[in-house]
Write a protein that binds this ligand. Structure first.
Ligand code: CAA
Ligand code: NAD
Length: 294
């Protein structure tokens, strides 16, 4: 995999300055991981609370590194200072690469990406962290679709090694190379995948989550399902995983991917995840989902 990644990264331009749009679970993690590797990051959100949470999580992770003796205080301060949290568009035009990590909704992404691409220099890679939407659909209305790729990180970003680099029909070789080189520079394992709903990993994960919803609708206790999957050897069961992902995102991902493969997947008839969205139990990010959090 590493050899293939090196080949895909050939001709990629180094990234010194990155922009991350959306400071939620994923945007915050991408900004922190990017700064940790010595790059300057502009992190933009429309919600001040999201920016505070993103910066707070970065600070918490860095404090832990310092306490464990893995990093000096000076380095930790420099990493934090490399992330600039902002509500406006200041200096986004200086970015070498920009990543969008806003809500999983095509029209919101179109608006965010069109505004962003209007500010970026031609040739600047514009990446979407979408979980399920096709990159071709995301790139189609943009002025420079050749600069657009998918950069699909996994949650939690600082620890999950895989990154899917999604090559759309219009994506240029240079954009794919720069995105792959950037993921490698973060210490990740990039794989270049074709564009389709859910790419590689979520095409496998989604039927699993649908099967979990079916089990629950047939009367299974979600906590016992989680315990069984942990005993099976997986790091966490499906209910806890959806709490980590976020119920709103999880629900969109099921809808979009199952609609993409109508012959092979159907959404659950009684969808425990959608029911939790209605109850505003969005998972860890809202303090409660399948489980309660302090
Ligand atoms: N941020 C930063 N570091 C974290 C972290 C976080 N949120 N969570 C855990 N860590 C670090 C810990 O500090 C610890 O680091 P050290 O070993 O250096 O001390 C390390 O990760 C292991 O943590 P723990 O021992 O506390 O916990 P664990 O053994 O359960 O491992 C895990 C944590 C690697 C996240 C593991 O639980 C896991 O693999 N979970 C599955 C996560 C998963 O499947 N993610 C995919 C979600 S789906 C998705 O992302 C796609 C999508 O489009 C929706
Ligand atoms: P989240 O709900 O935690 O965060 C989304 C953030 O986007 C919020 O802070 C919100 O204020 C911000 N936002 C909304 N509209 C905006 C705009 N116009 N400009 C700037 N910011 C805006 O969501 P998340 O879990 O971080 O997911 C973000 C993206 O990453 C989605 O496309 C999702 O599918 C994908 N993703 C999520 C996961 C996961 O496990 N949660 C994993 C991989 C990929």
């Amino acid at each position: 995999v590493k050899k293939l990644a090196r080949r895909h990264a050939q001709g990629g331009r180094p990234v010194a300055r990155a922009a991350v749009i959306g400071a939620g679970i994923m945007g915050g993690g991408i900004a922190y991981t990017t700064a940790l590797r010595g790059m300057a990051v502009r992190m933009k959100d429309i919600a001040p609370a999201a920016l505070e949470l993103g910066m707070g999580e970065a600070r918490r992770q860095l404090d832990k590194q310092v306490q464990q003796g893995r990093m000096g205080r000076e380095k930790a301060d420099a990493v934090l200072a490399a992330i600039r949290a902002q509500l406006d568009d200041a200096d986004l035009q200086e970015s070498d690469l920009a990543i969008e990590a806003v809500v999983e909704n095509l029209s919101v992404k179109h608006k965010v990406l069109a505004d962003l691409q209007a500010k970026l220099r031609p040739g600047t890679v514009l990446a979407s962290n979408t979980s399920s939407l096709r990159i071709d659909h995301i790139a189609a209305p943009l002025p420079r679709p050749a600069d657009v790729v998918g950069l699909h990180f996994f949650n939690p970003v600082p620890v999950m090694p895989l990154v899917e680099v999604v090559r759309g029909k219009a994506s240029s070789d240079a954009a794919v190379a720069t995105a792959t080189a950037y993921a490698s520079a973060l210490g990740k394992t990039p794989i270049v995948v074709k564009d389709c709903p859910g790419f590689l990993v979520n095409r496998i994960l989604t039927p699993y989550i649908i099967a979990f919803c079916d089990l629950v609708s047939e009367g299974a206790d979600y906590e016992r399902v989680d315990r069984a999957l942990e005993a099976f050897g997986w790091p966490m069961g499906p209910a806890y995983l959806e709490d980590v992902v976020g119920m709103d995102t999880g629900s969109h991902v099921i809808d979009i991917i199952s609609a993409g493969y109508p012959q092979r997947m159907r959404p659950p008839e009684r969808n425990a995840i959608r029911a939790l969205v209605r109850e505003k139990r969005l998972g860890q990010k809202s303090g409660a989902g399948f489980y309660d959090y302090d």
